[in-house]
Design a protein around this ligand. Structure first.
Ligand SMILES: O=C(O)CCC(=O)C(=O)O
Ligand SMILES: [Fe+2]
Length: 128
């Protein structure tokens, strides 16, 4: 996993330098969507924990083919964009504005999802 985290550090550095984003952490997980499952339309930034700035998605489905389902549907104004979850495809989007949904997959589907964070969730918390 070390080469992967090295690349993510480079990505964070580029976003800091070229997009002037103040990013200071990240979190990642690998998700398996069993056949028949989906993920309803949502935003990745929740009210109670709003430090997710950028969503990173990397698809891991070597043999994905049309008809397998599990596309990512992105809602952009009144348009919708379908992204096929094919292996090695990488997507980046702003966690607080881009609504998205995972359509029902007919085969087991794997994705690596990460979030680049504004600051660690616990920093800046006010105790009273
Ligand atoms: O796997 C995907 O395509 C999207 C996953 C997702 O939306 C999430 O974990 O928040
Ligand atoms: Fe999401």
């Amino acid at each position: 996993m070390e080469p992967f985290f090295g690349l993510m550090d480079e990505l964070i550095e580029s976003l800091r330098r070229h997009c002037f984003m103040s990013l200071s952490g990240s979190e990642f997980h690998i998700a398996k969507y069993p056949a028949g499952s989906h993920y309803d339309r949502h935003l990745d930034q929740f009210n109670e924990r709003s430090n997710r700035q950028i969503t990173v998605l990397i698809y891991l489905n070597q043999n994905w083919k049309k008809g397998d389902g599990g596309e990512l549907k992105i809602y952009k104004d009144d348009k919708q964009i379908l992204v096929e979850p094919i292996a090695k495809r990488l997507l980046l989007f702003k966690s607080d504005v881009v609504e998205h949904e995972v359509l029902t997959t007919k085969v087991p589907r794997y994705s690596l999802t990460g979030w680049l964070l504004h600051q660690p969730a616990t920093v800046g918390y006010l105790f009273r």
